[in-house]
Design a protein around this ligand. Structure first.
Ligand SMILES: *Cc1c(COP(=O)(O)O)cnc(C)c1O
Length: 396
């Protein structure tokens, strides 16, 4: 438990001060990188005593060192009402471990149809092989999810907004229904981060971040986290430990460095992305812009009600054209790297082709996803204007 000293302080203050205990930092500002496998004890008695509670105690390298504990505590402090946070070697490891901590054979999982593709693959592969059935639901279902819940439904997984198509989910309505029926709720909160959507406060049981994205913020580290409320914290720890999950101290150190500037980075991602999205929205070759802060985006009203901001990732649907015309747009971009992941300081683009099973994806033309970085938005817009020109020529 580490959010007790939150004391009502603001997000930016907690981002700067979270997890910086004197016994971990020494006289420096940041904790050093403690690399350890073996931890040495003064006596057999001390060794035995430590086994009773290893949380934030030197025990064995797999349970971490102050470098990881400091980051985990800082993430917990960003989630009022949370009991604790564990770190993982990637966002996918965080997603899969969180799911395994709440599911058992015979259970049924309700999974949002707009989920991150590897999350889907885990449900359709490993979970299914172990006797856990997944049913996909419309991201805009809201309280209507009640009709899908059965006596076997053990968990509802949400991702809001979806990271290709940006439907904003009615998390409070789903959480209320799940609580009434004893169903556990999990949220992939990578897009909003706790700054724009404090998930535990909103009633979610387990909230997941691909720290690889905005927490790290510099496109050079793989890391994940799960933050749990007190009801689910012990089960999460047990499952994580038995799966041998841990994160490297070097990666945790880099992620903590990124975390301190999350507030200023996100506000620039937000304003840059909004400038680009609003410009795209006025272009005749763009059918729709899927950005939660724009009215065209499914779930926009829910975003307005529940979120404190919008980050820098969104998509747009081209007006007609095919994959070749979309490729002409993308391949010539000068400031946008072509690549997966997002949340770093630099802009990225990918062609997106959503895979759906509850409701098929249909649109006026191909979909393009943008991660808007910290460049000057005018330069990004000029680059995209030239891209739309290439698209028009290729579309004919
Ligand atoms: C990238 C991503 C993940 C997985 O994170 P990795 O660190 O790449 O494993 C999970 N969820 C969402 C929404 C993501 O964008």
């Amino acid at each position: 438990m580490s959010n007790e000293d939150g004391g009502g302080r603001g997000d930016a203050t907690r981002l700067v001060h979270g997890g910086r205990r004197k016994e971990w930092t020494g006289a420096a500002v940041n904790p050093p990188v403690w690399r350890a496998s073996t931890i040495q004890y003064d006596s057999v008695a001390e060794m035995r005593a430590r086994q009773h509670d290893t949380h934030h105690q030197f025990y064995y390298g797999r349970r971490g060192t102050p470098t990881q504990w400091s980051l985990a505590d800082a993430l917990t402090e960003m989630e009022p009402g949370a009991a604790g946070t564990l770190l993982y070697s990637s966002g996918v490891a965080a997603v899969t471990t969180a799911l395994l901590s709440v599911l058992k054979p015979g259970d049924e999982l309700l999974m949002v149809d707009s989920a991150y593709e590897p999350t889907r693959a885990f449900c359709d592969g490993l979970l299914r092989r172990h006797g856990i059935a997944t049913r996909y639901y419309d991201p805009l279902i809201g309280a209507g999810i009640e009709a899908l819940a059965t006596d076997r439904t053990a968990a509802i997984f949400m991702e809001s907004p979806g990271s290709l198509t940006f439907e904003v989910q009615d998390v409070p309505a789903i959480v209320a229904l799940a609580r009434a029926r004893g169903i556990v709720t999990l949220l992939d909160n990578t897009w909003a981060t706790p700054l724009f959507f404090p998930a535990i406060e909103k009633g979610v049981d387990l909230t997941i971040l691909a720290c690889t994205k905005y927490i790290v913020g510099h496109s050079d580290v793989m890391l994940g986290s799960v933050t749990a409320n007190s009801e689910h914290w012990q089960a999460l720890r047990k499952t994580s430990y038995s799966l041998g999950q841990c994160a490297s101290p070097d990666d945790a150190w880099l992620a903590a460095r990124g975390l301190r500037t999350l507030d200023v980075r996100l506000s620039r991602h937000q304003s840059n992305a909004l400038a680009v999205a609003r410009w795209l929205d006025e272009q005749p070759d763009v059918a729709r812009v899927l950005h939660p802060a724009l009215e065209d985006c499914p779930g926009h009203a829910i975003w307005k009600r529940d979120f404190r901001g919008a980050s820098g990732l969104f998509s747009f649907v081209l007006e007609g054209g095919d994959d070749a015309a979309r490729t002409a747009l993308i391949d010539g971009l000068e400031l946008f790297g072509i690549g997966f992941s997002w949340g770093g300081y630099e802009s990225l683009v990918i062609p997106a082709d959503p895979h759906r099973s509850a409701i098929p994806w249909t649109a006026e033309g191909p979909l393009v996803r943008l991660q808007i970085g910290l460049e000057d938005s005018g330069d990004l817009i000029a680059d995209l204007a030239a891209g739309l020109e290439r698209f028009r020529e290729a579309r004919g």
